[in-house]
Ligand binder design. Structure first.
Ligand code: NDP
Ligand code: 2IT
Length: 445
């Protein structure tokens, strides 16, 4: 007979065809929380699972704008409010050519458990568009953002839904979105996080996801008598998460030996030039391939997948979903890698995770390891509500405590539910229980 969890998974697949990333995310969570459902039959009675896999609302809209040549362009806009049991919808907006409903839903679903793990009262949402900021002028990005917000503003608010950045959406885009929201709604409120520092952003938010990831890895490594210090680290992606993970690795005495973007990767066993790469990516907005053309030391490879073949102790996938497949995981194992920490959302395929686990690598799952970003967004919301701001150190110290609580809670949940050393199960369970209890308490809504 098919188990309850498998019944729900089959239903999700049947009712949401052509959404492979969403199916993948749902399977991963549901298969790990089976022991909780056995202990809590009351969850099944009120169909917590069936409700948690169904977004509370999904908005898809047209985003028309005019490019620099005077041509009309049309994109699709998305915002999915997945779960508000513990607070207003909260989660980023992704701008990339690959964005579709499946991707927005997988990200929104993951956000439920991640946001719960932060310990803050934030529900889960995600959105974005198939608009690609790459190769667009600032004016084009602004026109797109203004048009996108002209529909989105009706659905969001500081106590309803608070979007933020994600892949392709940085401070520039958040600034344009915020400006348009304020203009239409005539309210100046903390409706978006990741804002610029001059208009309500929080010190430390830009750094938070990458720094939080490295704090989390250090705690995990320490439990096994290892450390970032003296380790060789490879980092995929050269965006917000990756750049600040690299910076923190260096601060903690590790060496980043390779880094990639979607144009390729650079490798230098003595350590890549983090400052030069940061300048190239963050300020000049150029590709690693262009940076490499003038690089003084190190080697360039035009296939970013070569990154996983670089000998290293720690790998931090910080680019995008399913970037590490079975073959990449095998390459990491044979090069002697000891630990993998997911900076991106769901960067490892289930097959890759199986290989890493079978070979005894330490594994930090994204919902826990990259939660420092959204946790610091919650700190930004708190500061906005108080009309006050904390110093960088105040925010960073809170981030350290938050990452430490997440690590402890995930580890303890894994032990309590008989899956010791399995932080995937631990993070999913700890995140799930709080949301399930809130849903139970609030009745069938
Ligand atoms: P950015 O847009 O700042 O950076 C993404 C980087 O990844 C870019 O450098 C991009 O290359 C590169 N990239 C994209 N696809 C690939 C690929 N297949 N292989 C190698 N590099 C690739 O995004 P973020 O850093 O904000 O987000 C990265 C990941 O982290 C996403 O999964 C996001 O959901 C997740 N995340 C982000 C948080 C945040 O606070 N920003 C919080 C938690 C998770 P190029 O520059 O060439 O386009
Ligand atoms: O995936 C994520 O957690 C984010 N992109 C950050 C979301 C947020 O609201 O800060």
């Amino acid at each position: 007979m098919m188990s309850y969890v498998h019944e729900v998974i089959n239903d999700v697949v049947e009712k949401n065809p052509s959404e492979p990333e969403f199916h993948q995310a749902v399977k991963e969570v549901l298969l790990t929380i089976e022991p909780v459902l056995k202990k809590h039959p009351e969850y099944r009675k009120v169909k917590i699972l069936e409700r948690i896999v169904e977004p509370e609302r999904q908005i898809i809209f047209r985003v028309p704008w005019i490019d620099d040549r005077g041509e009309v362009q049309i994109n699709k806009g998305y915002r999915v409010g997945f779960n508000s049991a513990i607070g207003p919808y909260k989660g980023g907006l992704r701008l990339h050519r690959s964005v579709n409903l499946s991707i927005v839903k997988f990200l929104g679903f993951e956000q439920i458990f991640k946001n719960s793990l932060t310990g803050f009262p934030i529900g889960a949402g995600k959105g974005g568009s198939d608009f690609d900021p790459e190769n667009k002028s600032d004016t084009e990005v602004m026109k797109f953002c203004q048009s996108f917000m002209t529909e989105l503003y009706r659905h969001i608010g500081a106590d309803t839904d608070v979007p933020a950045g994600d892949l392709g959406t940085g401070t520039r885009e958040i600034g344009y979105l915020f400006g348009q929201y304020k203009r239409i709604k005539n309210v100046c409120e903390g409706v978006l996080t990741g804002k610029g520092l001059s208009y309500g952003g929080s010190l430390g938010r830009k750094e938070a996801t990458g720094y939080g990831l490295v704090y989390f890895m250090e705690m995990l490594l320490k439990d096994y008598e290892k450390s970032i210090e003296g380790s060789r680290v490879v980092v995929s992606g050269a965006g917000n998460v990756a750049l600040y993970a690299m910076e923190k690795v260096r601060q903690m005495g590790g060496t980043v030996v390779a880094v990639s973007d979607d144009s390729g990767m650079v490798y230098n066993p003595a350590g890549v030039d983090i400052d030069a790469i940061k300048k190239a990516k963050e300020f000049e907005r150029i590709k690693i391939s262009d940076y490499a053309a003038s690089m003084k030391q190190g080697e360039f490879f035009s296939d970013y997948r070569e990154l996983w073949k670089v000998p290293c102790d720690i790998a931090l996938p910080c680019a995008t979903q399913n970037e590490m497949d079975e073959e990449s995981a095998k390459a990491l194992v044979s090069s002697g890698c000891k630990a993998v920490g997911e900076g991106a959302n769901m960067p490892c395929t289930p097959e890759a995770i199986r290989i890493l686990q079978e070979n005894g690598l330490l594994f930090a799952p994204s919902k826990a390891a990259n939660a420092g970003g959204v946790a610091t967004s919650a700190l930004e919301m708190a500061q906005n509500s108080m009309r006050y701001s904390w110093t960088f150190d105040e925010v960073d110290n809170r981030l350290k405590k938050i990452m430490s609580n997440i690590y402890r809670n995930a580890k303890e949940a894994a032990v309590y539910y008989d899956k010791p050393n399995n932080l995937i199960a631990g993070a999913n369970i700890a995140g799930f229980v709080k949301v399930a209890e809130a849903m139970l308490a609030q009745g069938v809504v």
